[in-house]
Design a protein. Sequence first.
Length: 554
Amino acid sequence: MTSQQIAGTRPSARTTEITVMAAPATADTSESVLATQRGKLMLTLLCAVAFIDTFGVSSVNVALPPIQHDLHFTIQNLQWVVSGYVLTYGGFLLLGGRAADLLGRRRILVAGTILFALSTVLAGLATNSGSLVGARLAQGIGAAMMSPAALSILTTTFSQGTDRLTALGAWGAMAGLGPVAGVGLGGVLTGGPGWRWVFLVNPPVCVAIVVASFCLLSGERPTTARLANFDTAGAILATAAPLLLVYALVRAPVVGWSSGPTIGELAGAGVLLVLFVANELRHPNPLLPMSIFRIRGLGEADITQVIAAAGFLSMFFFITLYMQEILGFSATKTGVAYLPVAFGVAISAAICSRLFTRTGTRPIIVIGALVAAGAVFWLSRIPVHGTYLHDLLAPLVIMSVGLGAVFVGVQTASQAGVPPERAGLAAALITASFQIGSALGLAIFSVIATTRTNDLLARHVAQPTALTWGFQRALLACSIFLAVAAVIALRASNTRGEMIVHEHEELPSSPAEASAGERHEPTLRSGRAWGSAVRTCRGTQRRRRDVSPRSLTT
């Protein structure tokens, strides 16, 4: 039986080769890249990229008071030390991911790392507020190039069964551990050598990443066919729309959600998004091929990441404020207080990445989000005269278990069934979801906390009590977001080590289109569908884990 007969189509004049590989749940017949010394070093390198990018989001939070004092920031402008990085990181991610696919992943990774390193040096040496914000904007662009390039290298290098799950689990652990370590190490550095070292600690790591990239990663030449008819309009719109959206979300708590500028910015972002989609649907070589959303569960995984990131990152923001403003913790003590959380995330991520082959990713994400929602609800009960050991430690540790499960599961599910040609794009989408979720969460929950606090202050409630009750209301909203993320995750991919489809030419999206000779973007089928086709072809009833890698050539 030929593959045309399996697909139900007539033979075509062109040749399409598809390599279908089933990732076993218990054993892998292919050679393991991760079992080699080079593979382990490559995974360490790529995880370092994930860590340093997410570390940059939260590491400056604890350092904001001394930064404001030394560089004479106004209250209104101080937020841009954090928001400037988030703005360009989220705004340039899609362009960075597609550039990695088209121009070469190592090339974009190295270029982004160099830009990241130079901008962090400038931030650490900044002498005024403008130079620091400018450096943070450039740092975000560098991170937007690094992250999708590194994740796409990871998914195309570790593409087989257990290797893939282990590598994606490690990457997801770094995505969860980075923000926690950022708060912890940021506090220690700020209380020790000073806030400038929050930035200056990064360049040595960047140098190591660049050197290791040339030693361990293979270079790629730009493909002329892929660069033909480059989607310039799409690139501009794909950058402008998220930039304006994140900018509006960052400013909304300051100028008000109902203010003219906020409404205009959100409406403008919506118009740009509509124009972008219209452009992508008609362009012969789109920056964002809409066929990528045919991959089962990818959209749900990205939405889950948005909602979960909003809940988790905002929770860290308000608990940090509670430690410093209500409990009177110093920057160093605040950093140390997050050490148990970092250990909890690391242990949870390691365990969950091993459970995927038995349960799949979906149960892990759902249970992790529900556990985290319960823990954050517990945190929403923090009292005015609380203590770390009695009121914070236990719920923070429980929350860290859920955080590790969610981030590892979502990162793995978002890459299930993604072919190598779309790896950078899929990586950009899941990373952009994290950044947009972070900005969205802070924008929404800051308004909730501020509104509650101002209402209580107007009633002449003491300031510590008003602040605490404002934090409580915001944390309650965070827990609701995490519960919603659990519900959405029910629709995400439940991969145990999906099949990888290597496309050498586009496939027809239906038998009718194939018989009519029409070319379409490939329909990316789930591993279960392909496994069924292979079993039918062989005429056997063996389980998918027993199918050996083979090629179906038409």
